[in-house]
Design a protein around this ligand. Structure first.
Ligand SMILES: *[C@@H]1O[C@H](CO)[C@@H](O)[C@H](O)[C@H]1NC(C)=O
Ligand SMILES: *[C@@H]1O[C@H](CO)[C@@H](O)[C@H](O)[C@H]1NC(C)=O
Length: 336
């Protein structure tokens, strides 16, 4: 009976675990990447509408070419001029507005086909800009450039020049976004008029700001030279009003390991390998030896044509054979 109870308990535990899993899955369904947020949908909708208008314009061009081949009789000309603003042409254009796989596009065309027809037959003349009429004013999925959001309000810094021309307005031209500025790297602040660290205002008035890079010795600055630094960059110190390079090597204790020498650079330093072979005092003193520099040291090796024999470089046998074969006649060989 004890074993039976244990099995029962295991079964209960498994049931509890599965219930918990089901509960978690139901309460927090995994986010599907296909489902865009409402905000994202608003941005998409404007893009979709813009795409439709682009294809419509393309359709106008294509059908114009196809049907005005020239050499038409009077009867044909009359028919064609009718075709120009006919339903047949419109249907032809509408058929090609979306790729069959583009769900959003097909959806939008289906939903607003009537609007497109109204424009084609009644509004085209007074509202030739289809994008403005359809996407901005009728379907209301886009906004005029420089405006954003459900009511198409001006971007930060005004609709004429959002973000003062120094950044992008969030949602610009769509019914989405909050109109805030994403400044270019040189600029910062709500209106992209202030300069980022490392840049200074080379021009500024109420509506206009130009930020230019500081001298490379400055972290922050008010002008172009190393005398205009507010803060020096790391590795630079203020000396007589200007930021000058710190010579990290000019200290008693070298920052490098003993087998390396210190090389000062702008704003920093480098530890370089010492080339012992280029010392004025020769380090490889044996006869017929060459010096080879290595990281942290050097090697003395025998020159070409010589080989090491118990610490002394002697002419190598191979090289001897070769040179004698080339230079001498066969009788020398016999001598050997
Ligand atoms: C600010 O500068 C710009 C560019 O030079 C100029 O077009 C604009 O009129 C100036 N605005 C004011 C208020 O001075
Ligand atoms: C020695 O002779 C060989 C061919 O016999 C040739 O390839 C080689 O270049 C010669 N070497 C010299 C040092 O003349």
């Amino acid at each position: 009976m004890k074993a039976g109870r244990a099995a029962w308990r295991r079964w209960l535990e498994a049931f509890a675990f599965l219930s918990l899993l089901a509960f978690l899955l139901l309460s927090f369904p995994p986010a599907s990447p296909a489902l865009a947020s409402p905000e994202e949908k608003l941005r998409q909708a404007c893009n979709t509408c813009r795409g439709i208008v682009d294809r419509f314009t393309q359709g106008l061009t294509d059908t114009a070419k196809k049907n005005f081949g020239g050499g038409n009789t009077a009867w044909e000309e009359k028919t064609l001029s009718k075709y120009e603003s006919s339903e047949i042409r419109l249907v032809e254009i509408i058929e090609n507005l979306c790729d069959s796989s583009n769900f959003e596009c097909n959806n939008m065309v289906e939903e607003h086909e009537e609007h497109i027809e109204i424009w084609w037959f009644k509004r085209k003349k007074n509202h030739p800009d289809l994008f403005k009429w359809l996407c901005i004013e009728t379907i209301e999925v886009c906004c005029p450039v420089g405006t954003h959001g459900p009511d198409c309000v001006a971007c930060r810094g005004g609709s004429e020049k959002p973000c003062h021309g120094n950044g992008d307005c969030d949602g610009d031209g769509t019914r989405a976004g909050d109109g805030s500025c994403k400044c270019k790297k040189e600029y910062q602040g709500e209106f992209c008029l202030d300069c980022s660290d490392g840049f200074y205002n080379s021009y500024r008035n109420d509506t206009h700001s130009v930020c230019t890079a500081c001298h490379y010795s400055c972290k922050t600055c008010t002008g172009a030279t190393n005398k205009d630094c507010k803060d020096c960059k790391d590795g630079w110190l203020r000396h007589e009003e200007a930021c000058v390079d710190v010579d990290e090597c000019a200290v008693e204790e070298s920052p490098c390991n003993s087998d390396r020498y210190c090389l000062n650079t702008d704003g920093s330093f480098a530890c370089k390998d010492i080339d012992e072979c280029s010392h004025t005092e020769e380090v490889c003193t044996g006869e017929n030896t060459n010096c080879i520099n290595t990281p942290g040291g050097y090697k003395c090796i025998c020159s070409e044509g010589f080989e090491d024999k118990e610490g002394i470089c002697v002419p190598s046998i191979k090289a001897e054979e070769k040179s004698s074969a080339n230079t001498s006649s066969s009788d020398i060989h016999e001598d050997l």
